[in-house]
Design a protein around this ligand. Structure first.
Ligand code: UD1
Length: 433
């Protein structure tokens, strides 16, 4: 507790006593990276939209705060069912302020919807973050191609357009958020748009599915070319969020690392082929059973080389977790990161716990098997924190992970779900030493 009596979740720690074999079943919950842009899509409708199977994560709560600040009414029927009524937004500020954008970059995904639906918006520029520079130039160029007037002042970008018009646009780089923003704007533009070099991630496909349910005319999502025939209005819808492929991948690694046998309920196997292929190369058995995925660890893990790529390649959001799996394998693995420039922040912490990982440019050379021994470590970003939890599961003795708020952004109650699989893990709410 803080002095005010209010719980300060940034004080939370996770404590793990490693060495337990994981077994049993875990339910894979709604995908954070699908949920956030879908919530923004509710802004382009002219009636309320309901999402089911939303994960209870701090990033979802941050998006609710942002949407409320815009005048969108957000009401929970239960923890996972949220109705968004955008009818009050017309009287709002159309602004995503610095405090929210700096907390969660996905806040910039309200830009396309607000511009298309209300003709204007003002967004704080996100700046860099722990894993790299992460500009939004492609979002802006795409919206400019649709006719937006853009002004940059005081760290904010101001966008205006009476009515967007359809256009052809080629992304210079594959960007998930950029594709989503431009796609949502083009859905309400006058005329047809053709987006080339679009991101093919499942979260782009899911957004197109929801927009089409709302009345949009989008085809080709999931391929590099997306065609969007603009319409005059979009309706509200009711939609269940797809399960989280990154959460599923993280539990797969937990099972493979600990000599485990775990059934992942509702894992979105069709979107996980690259991750499944790499985990199988370590000797781990991965078998689809109905809509579920069974993961059975081998006697001895084999090394694996990985290069992160846009979908359908190996996702950057699984890189840190796979690095831990590689570190437990017998031999040398090479992990290359091509999406973000600074995404090896977990490596020094893993080395403190006993890994042998050397980073050279954008490649980490991992020599295993690591003999991890528990210690106190700091979470630095969302997926890096997940990798520390994974290392803690196989470390001898006690591992204490601080700055757990990073994990809570993207994993719902990770400690209770790992506990249910047999891990010795708990959350402490007391202040750090
Ligand atoms: C999304 C995911 C994030 C994931 C990432 C890559 C959400 C909420 N987040 O982030 O978890 O790690 O995709 O799969 O869905 N870039 C530019 N200019 C731009 C936009 C991006 O140069 O205008 C660069 C970025 O700096 C990065 C690369 O493109 O190097 C990919 O970024 P992007 O796909 O846009 O990531 P996000 O949508 O922010």
């Amino acid at each position: 507790m803080g002095r005010t009596g209010v719980r300060r979740p940034f004080m939370d720690k996770i404590v793990i006593h490693g060495g337990k074999r994981l077994s049993g079943e875990v339910q894979i919950l709604g995908a954070k990276n699908a949920a956030l842009p879908l919530m923004c899509a509710a802004l382009v409708g002219d009636r309320p939209t309901t999402f089911r199977h939303l994960p209870a994560l701090t990033d979802v709560a941050t998006m609710v705060r942002l949407l409320r600040s815009l005048g969108c009414e957000c009401s929970y029927a239960d923890e996972r069912t949220l109705t968004l009524d955008p009818r009050g937004v017309a009287q709002g500020t159309f602004e995503a302020p610095y405090e929210l954008v700096k907390t969660m970059r996905a806040s910039v995904t309200v830009m396309g919807p607000l511009l298309a639906r209300f003709g204007r918006t003002r967004i704080s520029l996100p700046g860099g973050c722990a894993i790299g520079a992460r500009p939004i130039d492609q979002h802006l160029k795409g919206l400019e191609a649709l006719g937006a007037q853009i002004t940059l002042r005081h760290g904010y970008v101001d966008l205006r357009a009476d009515r967007l018009r359809g256009a052809d646009f080629v992304f210079d780089t594959v960007t998930v958020g950029g594709t989503q923003n431009v796609m949502m704007a083009a859905a309400l533009a006058n005329g047809t748009s053709r987006l080339e070099n679009a991101a093919r991630e499942p979260e782009v496909q899911e957004l197109a599915i929801v927009l089409n349910k709302m009345g949009a005319k989008i085809s080709g999502a999931g391929t590099p070319t997306v065609l969007i025939e603009g319409v005059d209005r979009l309706d509200g819808v009711d939609h269940a969020v797809l399960p989280d492929r990154i959460e599923a991948g993280t539990f797969m690694v937990a099972a493979a690392l600990t000599g485990g046998d775990v059934l992942l309920r509702d894992a979105p196997v069709e979107y996980m082929q690259a991750v499944i292929a790499k985990i199988q190369q370590t000797g781990t058995r991965c078998e689809a059973e109905g809509g579920n995925l069974r993961v059975v660890a081998p006697e001895r893990l084999k090394p694996v080389d990985v290069v992160t790529r846009p979908h359908p390649g190996f996702p950057t959001d699984m890189q840190a977790q796979l690095t831990v799996l590689a570190s437990a394998a017998h031999g040398r693995s090479a992990i290359t990161e091509t999406i973000f420039e600074n995404r090896f922040m977990h490596v020094p912490e893993l080395n403190r716990l006993g890994a042998d990982i050397v980073v050279n440019g954008n490649t980490a050379i991992v020599r295993g098997p690591a003999q991890y021994t528990g210690s106190t470590v700091m979470a630095t970003d969302l997926r890096a924190s997940a990798s520390l939890v994974l290392a803690g599961l196989i470390a001898e003795g006690r591992t204490e992970i601080r700055r757990v708020y990073h994990i809570d952004r993207g994993y719902e109650r990770i400690e209770t779900r790992l506990q249910a699989l047999g891990a010795d893990i708990e959350r402490h709410h007391d202040a750090p030493a």
